[in-house]
Design a protein around this ligand. Structure first.
Ligand SMILES: [Zn+2]
Length: 245
């Protein structure tokens, strides 16, 4: 089981339910209950008020006994990425711009952290219990958007497809499980796929999406329900009237 610690870097001006993340049950990882909190002690040094990797690495905390440290912040990262990998199994995730995308598409803010937890954990296993730094040549992400944990999301808004019931696509599953030395058992991957389906929009927004996809069916269904309720009401009224007489 991979041990992961979360830490917040600087001020997060949004309501993110960290307790929902800590309570999340996975066959792949467990999250430490205590969440670190660290101030941002430097100013932006990159274009568009971003924080360069060298700047961030000077202020993100060191890893302790946990296997992976995930630092959550709100400042823009180098290259306008939403997550950056650092040395010693540390990852920094930002809500900069992401919060706008998530809000527009009615996706819970916590889903972004959960997605990163799974993608980073599997990456950790793929690279034999370590996270490759951003300087290493890697090919685990694909440019095509498939609703997969390893979508590159070069167009940032594409992230929405892997934040509502994400998956591991067939190619990624093949890469992980069919190498000469498989990094993760197929049975674990199957369990992970089931867990990933639990990362979804809230029920209300799922219903809204259904109505948008099938408006005629919804209209017919609501008409039938209205007629049935009207008929039931009439019968009940007749029974009550008879009873009072
Ligand atoms: Zn994939």
């Amino acid at each position: 089981m991979i041990k992961i610690k979360l830490a917040v870097l600087g001020h997060l001006p949004y309501l993110i339910d960290i307790s929902k993340i800590i309570k999340w049950k996975s066959c792949l990882f467990e999250i430490e209950r205590e969440v670190g909190k660290y101030p941002i002690t430097t100013d932006s040094d990159g274009p568009d008020w971003s924080y360069s990797d060298s700047n961030l690495v000077s202020i993100i905390p060191q890893r302790n006994s946990e296997d992976i440290l995930i630092v959550i912040t709100n400042v823009p990262l180098e290259g306008n990425y939403f997550a950056r990998r650092f040395s010693d199994n540390r990852v920094c995730l930002t809500y900069h711009e992401m919060v706008d995308i998530l809000t527009i598409y009615n996706i819970s803010l916590e889903n972004l952290i959960l997605r990163v937890l799974y993608s980073i954990s599997i990456l950790y296993k793929r690279y034999r219990n370590r996270i490759p730094t951003r300087h290493e040549p890697t090919n685990f992400a694909h440019d095509e958007t498939r609703g997969c944990l390893y979508d590159m999301c070069g167009i940032k808004t594409d992230i929405i497809h892997s934040l509502n019931k994400p998956q591991l696509c067939d190619d990624c599953v093949h890469d992980i499980t069919h190498n000469e030395n498989p990094r993760i058992d197929r049975s674990i991957i199957d369990k992970v796929q089931i867990e990933l389906k639990k990362i979804h929009k809230e029920r209300y927004y799922q219903i809204l999406d259904f109505v948008k996809r099938r408006p005629v069916f919804t209209l017919i269904l609501s008409t039938i329900i209205t007629i049935v309720l009207g008929a039931v009401g009439s019968v009940l009224a007749a029974i009550l009237l008879e009873y009072w007489k």
